[in-house]
Unconditional design. Sequence first.
Length: 86
Amino acid sequence: MRLKVEFTTEPFDLDEAPRHALVAREVIEAADLDAVDVGPFGNTAEGGADAVLTAVDALLRKALGAGATRVSLQVNVVGAVGEADQ
């Protein structure tokens, strides 16, 4: 199955991206995901279920470790159940 994750980290800083936001983006960009889109107010990525769930685990651990006080995320199934993980 394919999943899509959307996430933001807080606290926000409109003048400069905080360390936790940069770390979170690095995790997602380095993961084996496709359709990665990072932006100042939200980030999305898609991939196979295992890859997305592994990336979400790393994202939470590293962003919180880098000073995030809140991580908001949403995970949606975007491919039919039974499709091969990619």
